[in-house]
Design a protein around this ligand. Structure first.
Ligand SMILES: Nc1nc2c(ncn2[C@@H]2O[C@H](COP(=O)(O)OP(=O)(O)OP(=O)(O)O)[C@@H](O)[C@H]2O)c(=O)[nH]1
Ligand SMILES: [Mg+2]
Length: 235
């Protein structure tokens, strides 16, 4: 893991890296209203949390530059309202997105039950190589848990998603989850570039991009750990 991945970067660092950005990765944050999308974004980009956050209206994005495998990557993270009536977007919001944070609230079962619908929306509107990270937010509210971690792990396995529980309030796993997503996007982008080179050099036949791994942050220690490689994964 790069040094920049271990903590929140200073403004100086941000200014320095802005001068030489290798890639800009667009990431969208989706999920039901009030699951904590805006606060996760705020924690990752500004290391801030607001208790009385208002529902997002329209679309906004924030950025944070990080270094992954020696490349300076500017994560441009888009946020919109979870509530249907405020969502003036669909295709435009997803256009060009390389990654998605799909958030539910571990204390509100319906927000997890709706995750399948959000995945469908992603599959319908986003590029099919988009990397998806499922996030069970509000992990600090363990005593109010309504979604067992195992249910989310099972769903993530079925759908070939990365998975993590996190807390925008405490900050637990927020950086780790975003970095994991950005690392994976970086891998996809590098592979695409290689495949393009391959196509150019041999005149055709590049392999399709395939998801290969599920990462899970366990409830016990909230650490990202590698899980089994899925042999049945079809994505
Ligand atoms: N305890 C706890 N509360 C959280 C956490 N994240 C967000 N909240 C609270 O949950 C409420 C909703 O958070 P938002 O970030 O505004 O939710 P949202 O998903 O952006 O909602 P919409 O913009 O309406 O789609 C706020 O009162 C936050 O303070 C968390 O990790 N733990
Ligand atoms: Mg919001």
């Amino acid at each position: 893991m790069n040094q920049e991945m271990n903590g929140f970067e200073s403004e100086n660092h941000q200014e320095r890296v802005q001068e030489k950005i290798d890639y800009v990765f667009k990431v969208v944050v989706i999920g039901d209203s009030a699951v904590g999308k805006t606060q996760l974004l705020s924690r990752f980009t500004k290391n801030e949390f607001c208790f009385d956050s208002k529902s997002t209206i329209g679309v906004e994005f924030q950025t944070r530059s990080v270094t992954i495998n020696g490349k300076v990557i500017k994560a441009q993270i888009w946020d919109t309202a979870g509530q249907e009536r405020y969502r003036a977007v669909t295709s435009a919001y997803y256009r060009g997105a390389l990654g998605a944070m799909l958030v539910y609230d571990i204390t509100k079962r319906p927000t997890f039950d709706h995750v399948a619908r959000w995945v469908e929306e992603l599959r319908a509107h986003a590029d099919n190589s988009i990397v998806i990270m499922l996030i069970g937010n509000k992990a600090d509210l363990e005593d109010q848990r309504a979604v067992p971690t195992e249910d989310a792990v099972e769903f993530a396995e079925e759908q070939c998603l990365f998975f993590s529980e996190a807390s925008a309030l405490s900050g637990d796993n927020v950086d780790k989850a975003f970095f994991r997503l950005l690392e994976e996007i970086n891998g996809v982008v590098s592979k695409k570039a290689l495949d393009c080179g391959h196509v150019k050099s041999n005149g055709g036949h590049s392999s399709n991009l395939k998801g290969s791994k599920i990462d899970v942050i366990s409830r016990a220690d909230l650490e990202i750990s590698e899980m089994k490689k899925l042999s049945t994964c079809s994505c």
